[in-house]
Design a protein around this ligand. Structure first.
Ligand SMILES: NC(=O)c1ccc[n+]([C@@H]2O[C@H](COP(=O)([O-])OP(=O)(O)OC[C@H]3O[C@@H](n4cnc5c(N)ncnc54)[C@H](O)[C@@H]3O)[C@@H](O)[C@H]2O)c1
Length: 263
């Protein structure tokens, strides 16, 4: 998909952080954007600012943990913009803290958004792409989808799951004309360390907190991540890495894995 002008993209978690950067970068390429988020006011604000810059954007409230919501998002996109070419399954949340203090509710919340949100977006949009033999899926994982970090056990487990799911999805869909890219950012200047704001009331028993992540203010700007995503889609890249400074940690990890096989 080398020319993105006039295409239609859906971005989940588009109301903040990396999602908003992806929305703006795609809009800069002439893509019509559906800014989708559980926070409808935030989504509306990003859509308004894209329209203010001369682009085309609509805001749709979606809870990605609910498959019916994602199905409604697809129907609304086609009803209002006529087609869909790209889906960025980006919505994600974080709970940190000592692993033995995490609760069943912490696990269920992160699995429902980070893992099942990606599954819902992929399973709902892929059939539409397969019908036309064209389309692109970008699933947001993290460097934490390959590397584990102390006090981020649940988050890393869900991101490893996104990588595993998306690699298999790529194997199945690539021969049928549909691209799958796995976005793996390092630290980005977003609101991820206040994810607790999005925690639904029914996940009541919090053991950890998103505040454990600490300060992201020195991270990469979301629009820069958006630029990587645009280039990744155009190049049909299986992985989109944004932070080359993690290369050494990846090397160390995979060297350790390979050495465990013996000589
Ligand atoms: N910020 C980083 O350093 C970093 C690094 C690697 C990966 N990521 C990943 O990037 C993605 C975006 O996170 P961010 O850092 O921009 O955080 P953010 O908090 O700024 O944005 C996340 C967005 O997701 C939305 N959201 C939360 N729950 C939702 C739900 N159930 N349905 C729909 N939308 C929901 C929030 O309202 C918010 O707008 C996440 O998947 C995150 O894990 C972030």
């Amino acid at each position: 998909m080398e020319n993105l002008d006039g295409r239609v993209a859906v971005v989940t978690g588009g109301g903040s952080g990396i999602g908003s950067g992806i929305c703006r970068a795609l809009a800069g390429e002439g893509v019509k954007v559906v800014v989708s988020d559980i926070d409808d006011a935030a989504a509306a604000q990003i859509a308004d600012s894209i329209r203010g810059d001369g682009g085309t954007a609509i805001a749709v409230r979606t809870d990605v943990s609910q498959r019916a919501d994602v199905e409604a998002l697809a129907r609304r996109t086609i009803a209002e913009l006529g087609r869909v070419d790209i889906v960025c399954n980006n919505a994600g949340v974080l709970v940190g803290g000592p692993i033995l203090e995490t609760t069943e509710d912490d696990w269920q919340w992160l699995l429902s958004v980070n893992m099942m949100g990606v599954v819902h977006g992929s399973q709902v949009f892929a059939p539409l792409f397969l019908e036309r033999g064209e389309g692109h899926i970008v699933n947001t994982a993290s460097v934490g989808g390959f590397l584990s970090f102390s006090t981020l056990a649940i988050y890393c487990a869900t991101k490893y799951a996104v990588v595993g799911y998306s690699e298999a999805l790529h194997m199945e869909l690539a021969p049928r004309g549909v691209g799958v890219s796995i976005l793996c950012p390092g630290m980005v200047r977003t609101n991820l360390s206040t994810s607790d704001r999005s925690r639904p009331a029914h996940f009541g028993d919090a053991g950890g907190s998103s505040k454990e992540l600490g300060d992201l203010s020195q991270g990469m700007e979301p629009i820069e991540v958006g630029g990587h995503v645009v280039r990744g889609i155009k190049a049909n890249a299986p992985f989109i890495f944004t932070h080359s400074d993690f290369r050494g940690m990846f090397q160390q990890k995979f060297d350790g894995v390979l050495s465990a096989f013996g000589a």
